[in-house]
Design a protein around this ligand. Structure first.
Ligand code: CIR
Length: 255
């Protein structure tokens, strides 16, 4: 098994990023780049080989590569991001992914952000959010069904994406903030609740047997560690001002 992580450097136009839940705050680009560097180093320490896409200075959100593609063992789906200014980001991602996978594209009028797709084995939980619509979900379902995947749509509220509220932290356990979604779809899997004083802590990134979470959520970290989960906490405060979490800065897959 070989792990690939696609990343992209932080654009100096990140101050013009899309925002849906947060008020705009000035982002310190040098700090953001240093934090992103630490994130990339952590992925490498955890065994991933980095493929850094070219810097896209005119695309403020282009560091958040997760939203541009859904990569499965058998194929990759290039998304049509819900925020129109982000759609050009997919081009370079498609180019690199085409050397590993057969590509499918979400078409008009469908929209999907990768942040809304949570894979647990052969189940894809898909957030119905401000970025991902029913037409996008139908297209995705049609493409993945022949490969044995089951799609389950989940309504999310008061957050950007499904994975802002729930993410994989062990092969059979999810970290979740049930206040931000309809949790009835997750009845057949173990759930670990975020500490409710840290409502934004639901976004964690499992790489191998280690879970990356933001340093800003120590109580949730403690909860994970109590369950025997190995955690690596990172300072991602500047990227968080752009509503970026730890899953969104990479597209990770095995080859
Ligand atoms: C956006 O609103 O699209 C970006 N500012 C943040 C995207 C974060 N993506 C993710 O969590 N998958």
């Amino acid at each position: 098994m070989f792990l690939i992580a696609i990343t992209r450097p932080v654009s100096s136009s990140i101050d013009y990023c899309e925002l849906s839940q947060l008020k705009r705050q000035k982002i310190d680009i040098d700090v953001a780049r240093e934090q992103h560097h630490q994130y990339e180093e952590t992925l490498q320490d955890l065994g991933a080989e980095l493929h850094r896409l070219p810097l896209e200075e005119r695309m403020p959100d282009s560091v958040f590569v997760e939203d541009t593609a859904i990569v499965l063992d058998e194929l990759a789906i290039i998304t049509r991001p819900g925020a129109e200014p982000r759609r050009l980001e997919t081009k370079s991602v498609a180019k690199i992914l085409s050397s590993y996978k057969r590509l499918y594209y979400i078409q008009v009028p469908g929209t999907i952000d990768g942040g809304d797709v949570l894979q647990v084995d052969k189940t894809l939980y898909i957030g119905i959010s401000n970025r991902t619509n029913e037409a996008g979900i139908k297209q995705l379902e049609k493409v993945v069904q022949p490969f044995g995947y089951v799609c389950k749509a989940v309504k999310v509220r008061d957050c950007l994406h499904l994975k802002s509220a729930v993410s994989l932290v062990h092969h059979d356990a999810l970290l979740i903030n049930r206040d931000l979604l309809d949790s009835s779809q997750f009845s057949d899997i173990n759930l670990i609740d975020v500490d409710l004083s840290e409502p934004r802590a639901g976004n964690a990134l499992l790489v191998g047997d280690t879970v990356i979470i933001p340093e800003a959520f120590p109580k949730t970290r403690e909860r994970l560690e109590k369950r025997g989960i190995k955690v690596k906490a990172l300072d991602v405060s500047e990227l968080a001002k752009a509503e970026g979490g730890v899953t969104c800065c990479s597209v990770i897959f095995e080859i």
